[in-house]
Design a protein around this ligand. Structure first.
Ligand code: ZN
Ligand code: ZN
Length: 282
């Protein structure tokens, strides 16, 4: 069972693997560079090798990157669009050198464009990045969003349309439980969870689901608020986490919740407990 958390690379990439070891997790997500700036960073083959060795040594079996939030592929500003495409291409290259298999990406915002037009534009730009990085095996995972503002990806049909538009083997999806709930999917009970995954399977295909972000939600159903809570301490309850832990054992999962008081440890042990719980009959 691949389970872990977003961890810091402060002080060097290998520190992420050391932190994983301390937490007793085998999956991690990192920012491969400072996420607050456009300034680029290249990773040398030596740095890549050191990180790969650290992952092997400290038991990290799956490592994701999260693309920086500045990337805005739906923008009408051509300069930002160019920067965004370059940034994503560089992200894929760093991932390749570091041995990270996937980067998680927020699709972007529609701005004044209609949703279909925005999806077409974002899809076209992602295609260009994939063409420019041909031969690089790293996949882009489109993450569902809380649907805040004009963001693309709150609705499964938008992600499905984007996946269809790009039509590449290097595209998958990442589902964030907090975002799904905030975007209006009521996944608080089994009926709602079944419905959500059935729709996901019909529109996108469960085989494209390659990562979970397990976060409880401070915002209510349909609030469009992207505010993560610790597992069991938000408005989602434990049912969706129990369901995912038991029914999607093969899909890696990472926490993106706050780190104060060593909270990752507590969240991880709770999730493990849910994975082992006897399946409820009702
Ligand atoms: Zn997330
Ligand atoms: Zn979020």
């Amino acid at each position: 069972m691949l389970l872990g958390a977003h961890v810091s690379i402060s002080g060097g990439y290998s520190n992420a693997a050391i932190e994983a070891h301390r937490l007793g997790i085998d999956a991690i997500q990192i920012f491969s560079k400072n996420q607050r700036t456009w300034a680029e960073k290249t990773v040398s083959p030596e740095e890549g090798l050191t990180f790969r060795k650290a992952c092997a040594q400290y038991g990290v079996k799956q490592a994701f990157s999260h693309s920086i939030y500045l990337i805005s592929l739906g923008t009408e500003n051509e300069e930002i669009a160019q920067k965004s495409m370059l940034s994503l291409a560089m992200e894929l290259e760093r991932c390749r050198v570091l041995g990270l298999s996937h980067t998680v990406l927020h699709p972007g915002a529609a701005g004044s464009l209609s949703m279909p037009a925005a999806i077409e534009r974002i899809g076209w730009r992602i295609k260009k990045v994939l063409e420019a990085t041909k031969g690089n095996p790293v996949k882009i995972l489109l993450e569902n969003t809380a649907g805040q503002g004009s963001s693309v990806g709150g609705k499964l049909e938008n992600i499905a349309a984007l996946v269809d538009t790009i039509s590449s083997k290097r595209i998958g999806i990442c589902i964030d439980t907090c975002h799904a709930f905030a975007a209006g999917y009521d996944i608080r009970d089994k009926k709602g969870i079944d419905k959500f995954f059935k729709e996901l399977d019909q529109r996108i295909g469960l085989e494209k689901l390659l990562c979970f972000h397990l976060n409880d939600s401070k915002g209510g159903l349909g609030s469009r608020l992207d505010r993560h809570a610790h597992i069991g301490e938000g408005l989602l309850g434990l049912a969706p986490f129990e369901y995912i832990m038991q029914n999607f054992q093969h899909v890696p999962k990472v926490l993106e919740t706050s780190k104060e008081n060593d909270a990752d440890k507590k969240n991880i042990s709770l999730l493990r407990e849910l994975a082992g719980k006897k399946r409820k009959t009702k």
